[in-house]
Design a protein around this ligand. Structure first.
Ligand code: CUA
Length: 163
């Protein structure tokens, strides 16, 4: 069987790319443990407020420069444990944002940072980030959840301890 020269080049190129991409995916998944979220962190959506850690929403220090911000999402507010919905976090801290919803799907996003996750009924969503830049960041809901969707927000102030 005769295979044209160009066809042979492209076949070789295609197979080589396939091997390269599968190797990258394989190394990431099996050697570096980069997998999609397991979805195993389940919660009874009817008893979010009675379930640890959402029975005490807010910012908790869990170690040296390590914090956890537990957030109860509901139509149409984020309960971050403070009456003014303002959370102050020291600059450079590593923070785990952990959220659950008592009703519908919300989209928790901290504008200007990489924090962006869906909060689905029955599941706990979490994301750990290092807050490198000082400033005032607004936590918004980016998933339309009803008539008060635009009212759903809280404020995260990343404060520079040097000041
Ligand atoms: Cu919650 Cu939109």
């Amino acid at each position: 069987m005769h295979i044209h020269k160009y066809e042979r080049i492209w076949l070789t190129f295609g197979i080589a790319m396939l091997i390269v991409f599968l190797t990258i995916v394989g190394v990431n998944a099996f050697m570096m443990g980069r997998n999609p979220p397991s979805g195993l962190n389940e919660i009874d959506p009817d008893h979010v407020r009675e379930t640890v850690p959402f029975n005490h929403p807010g910012l908790h220090k869990i170690g040296d420069n390590r914090y956890e911000l537990d957030i109860v999402s509901s139509a149409f507010s984020y309960d971050v444990g403070t009456s003014d919905k303002v959370i102050k976090i020291p600059k450079g801290a590593t923070v785990t944002f952990r959220a659950a919803t008592t009703d519908v799907i919300h989209g928790l996003s901290l504008a200007g940072t990489n924090v962006n996750m869906m909060v689905e009924p029955g599941y706990i969503s979490d994301l750990t980030v290092k807050l490198k830049n000082a400033g005032t960041f607004t936590m918004v809901c980016n998933e339309y959840c009803g008539s008060g969707h635009q009212m759903m927000y809280a404020t995260v102030e990343v404060v520079d301890n040097g000041k």
